[in-house]
Design a protein around this ligand. Structure first.
Ligand SMILES: Cc1ncc(COP(=O)(O)O)c(C=O)c1O
Length: 392
């Protein structure tokens, strides 16, 4: 279909680059003209295994031949198996399945509210991102996402990331939860400090509040651990995930500590497609591939390699102010808008993302090789050179 016809029929809620992607394999995608691109931001954070990983494809084929959908009033083995694997890889508890990150956070918010209705406040972080549903967008600490959607639900307050003094001031007995990303993704790849993480845990313990971590973007091996919180000395009460868990198939989930599992009872929450066998068999394949192919180790090693290469570019270009992130969740902080650099890279058939206006977001598949990283760094080098010489 030509892009004009597409635009006529699809609601215009995204700014799109003028390419139509028709095929993907590993780190590459192809457009409808047969041109290949190397994808350093696969699936907008949903491509930790790259495109069409063979184990995910095989699992989907197997599942499609059996049954595609099972309503949640019956048992389905794939859902149980994926829940078991998530719990075994996090902490003792139970899993609720849904279809997206926003829904995972929405479910977490409902659980928080129901646990103790007299506790009215949920603290989240400024510059956070938790999704587009009405509660998740209110949890999101960025006014730009709130504009135009009044009245928003009450009960959300926003603390500066890594500002322990501010968090301490905001905490009291009416706080039901603190909810944040261990690495702010959309907010510009900002890792939470170990000190803030510990303070949040201690304050939650002290005030009987839940510590909720949103790992929709940082989870599933992205940072070199299955979940980014595992770099820290804390365990949350509730952990939300989505994006890469399905290897490209829509899925969302949260895991909650066993002591809080009684809060949501039959009828309190649900989702027609949540825990769908197709999505869950993809999820099982994703976790299996990460283990079988030592991808956590690769994410750590390649993250280090990419970081060093980016430091090399920083030494060359004064417009690069900082490299930050964990593992293969890296941000290149610029003193100029990043959108033009992204456009330059696209012309050279490398896909990446700019977030928070000036941060290039690099989140390649966690099975990335040095060869592909070298290619990215060369293209980035050329893009920066062109931008500084000629402008956008
Ligand atoms: C940290 C975080 N939470 C939640 C979401 C929302 O996820 P979804 O778009 O699947 O609803 C995102 C999406 O970018 C995210 O990065």
């Amino acid at each position: 279909m030509d892009q004009k016809t597409f635009d006529n029929y699809v609601l215009n809620t995204y700014s799109r680059f003028p390419i139509t992607i028709v095929k993907g394999q590993g780190m590459s995608v192809w457009d409808d003209k047969g041109r290949e691109y190397i994808d350093f931001f696969p699936g907008f954070g949903a491509g930790n295994l790259g495109h069409c990983h063979p184990k995910v494809v095989a699992a989907l084929h197997r599942q499609i031949d059996e049954i595609i959908h099972v309503p949640n009033v019956y048992y389905n083995n794939a859902q149980g198996e994926l829940a078991k694997r998530i719990v075994e890889n996090t902490f003792d508890g139970q899993v609720f399945f849904c279809n997206s990150g926003a829904e995972a956070n929405e479910g977490a918010i409902k659980l928080i509210r129901k646990r103790n209705p007299s506790k009215k406040t949920i603290i989240t972080l400024k510059d956070s991102f938790h999704g587009r549903t009405i509660a998740a967008v209110t949890a999101t600490g960025q006014p730009v996402y709130h504009d135009g959607f009044d009245p928003l639900p009450g009960g959300f307050e926003y603390c500066e990331a890594n500002n322990i003094a501010m968090l301490e001031k905001m905490m009291n007995a009416s706080v039901a939860a603190i909810m944040f990303e261990p690495v702010l993704g959309e907010g510009g790849i900002v890792p939470i400090t170990p000190e803030f993480m510990r303070a949040a845990r201690e304050l939650c313990n002290h005030y009987d509040a839940l510590m909720v971590l949103d790992e929709v973007q940082s989870g599933i091996g992205r940072t070199g651990k299955l979940f980014a919180y595992q770099h820290y000395d804390v365990v949350p009460d509730l952990l939300t995930m989505a994006k890469s868990l399905g290897g490209g198939v829509p899925i969302g989930a949260f895991v909650v500590k066993r002591e809080h599992c009684h809060i949501l009872q039959p009828g309190n929450h649900g989702s027609t497609f949540g825990g769908n066998p197709l999505a869950c068999s993809a999820g099982i394949a994703v976790l299996q591939a990460i283990a079988d192919e030592n991808l956590l180790e690769n994410a750590t090693e390649m993250g280090q390699y990419l970081w060093e290469k980016l430091e090399g570019l920083k030494a060359k270009y004064a417009v690069i102010k900082e490299i930050r992130g964990i593992g293969l969740m890296l941000g290149v902080v610029l003193s100029v808008p990043g959108a033009d650099i992204v456009k330059q890279c696209l012309k050279k058939r490398v896909l990446l993302n700019c977030t928070h206006k000036t941060v290039l977001r690099l989140m390649p598949a966690i099975n990335v090789t040095k060869y592909k990283i070298n290619r990215l760094v060369k293209v980035l080098d050329q893009a920066l050179e062109t931008y500084l010489t000629w402008g956008a």
